[in-house]
Design a protein around this ligand. Structure first.
Ligand code: DC
Length: 232
């Protein structure tokens, strides 16, 4: 079956870093009882595994090999999803700014994106899938029943990231976070393969002035309107 004859309901949530995709995707998957694909984690894991195996970030063939052979598991422990790479808990290690920066470089390489495509499509399983990323609606699940593009101003995304870091007890500087976000946006939108952009049939939602529950409600309403969320 190709992704365009989707029978399993698929909701794709794409957008720039810090727009709230991770939080919203997790809440919706939980509410609907659907599977969750955090595709960014696969790029972060590829970059992390490359470091572990001494593969440099400009060795495209080497990185594609790492991506194709990722040994990962996402067990749930104490209600939280853990990320294991080759049995090692890397849940925190792959979430640092530096890991995101490395992931963004690895994600710009066509051979790496290709190597991760099938692994991502394998997440499409009953009773449904919420897929979070940059190219979920455009490349990975073009036949998805509902495609949402979440955005927020770069300033608001930097503020959210700053608050998150402060809450975690990490010192961070708002203006350097804003610069990092703008640099990451530029790399993700300007790359030649699968650049960050809304699918032609995606609905764009600007979350700059919306709370998390308001975004969840809006998406649930759109799912219901398309007959995709009977139990929501
Ligand atoms: O969503 P995130 O911050 O975990 O993503 C990490 C990097 O991976 C980000 O710079 C963009 C890239 N990415 C991608 O190119 N395609 C995806 N589907 C998901 C993430």
């Amino acid at each position: 079956m190709s992704a365009s004859d989707t029978v399993t309901p698929v909701l794709t949530i794409d957008g720039p870093g810090g727009a709230g995709k991770g939080t919203i995707s997790g809440l919706l998957a939980e509410r609907l009882g659907w599977h969750l694909l955090d595709s960014g984690a696969l790029y972060r894991l590829t970059a992390y595994a490359a470091g572990k195996h001494d593969v440099v970030l400009d060795d495209e063939a080497g990185l594609a090999h790492v991506a194709a052979n990722l040994d990962v598991a996402f067990p749930v422990a104490d209600g939280a999803v853990q990320t294991l790479l080759e049995g090692e808990d890397v849940s925190r290690a792959i979430r640092t700014e530096q890991a995101g920066e490395r992931a963004s470089k690895v994600a710009a390489l066509p051979a790496v994106r290709d190597a991760l495509l099938k692994r991502q499509r394998d997440f499409e399983q009953s009773p449904g899938l919420v897929a979070d990323g940059r190219d979920m609606g455009t490349v990975v699940f073009p036949g998805a029943g509902l495609k949402v593009f979440l955005t927020a101003s770069a300033e608001e995304r930097a503020r959210r990231r700053h608050a998150q870091l402060q809450q975690a007890g990490v010192d961070a500087n708002l203006s350097s976070l804003l610069k990092e976000i703008q640099a990451r946006d530029a790399r993700d939108t300007q790359r030649s393969v699968a650049p960050l952009k809304p699918a032609d049939d995606a609905i764009t939602l600007d979350t700059t002035r919306l709370s998390i529950p308001e975004v969840v409600e809006q998406l649930t309403e759109w799912l219901s309107l398309r007959g995709m969320a009977s139990g929501a």
